[in-house]
Write a protein that binds this ligand. Structure first.
Ligand SMILES: [Zn+2]
Length: 85
């Protein structure tokens, strides 16, 4: 976010934090809340987008199980002792 015009203007979020203080984080480009309080994406809206998302989810799960089963079958438990790749 270097060079953001909002930084120069000093606009701050102002949302109430968990401890009662104001947030005061720099604002994002649009809206009047920071990256923490602006609200995140709630996911794909269109049927096409949802289908793509579900496909990616299933593909990821398939990759996970491929890895997991290969590790269980081929390496007989040694995989867990290796440092994370
Ligand atoms: Zn905030």
């Amino acid at each position: 976010m270097a060079g953001s015009p909002l930084k120069a203007e000093g606009k701050r979020c102002g949302a109430r934090r968990w401890n009662g203080q104001l947030c005061r984080s720099l604002l994002l480009l649009k809206g009047n809340k920071c990256k923490f309080h602006g609200g995140m994406s709630t996911g794909p809206k269109t049927p096409q987008g949802k289908a793509k998302s579900y496909a990616a989810r299933d593909a990821g799960r398939a990759r996970y199980w491929q890895r997991r089963l290969a590790a269980l079958a081929g390496l007989a438990g040694n995989e867990d002792r290796k440092p994370k790749a």
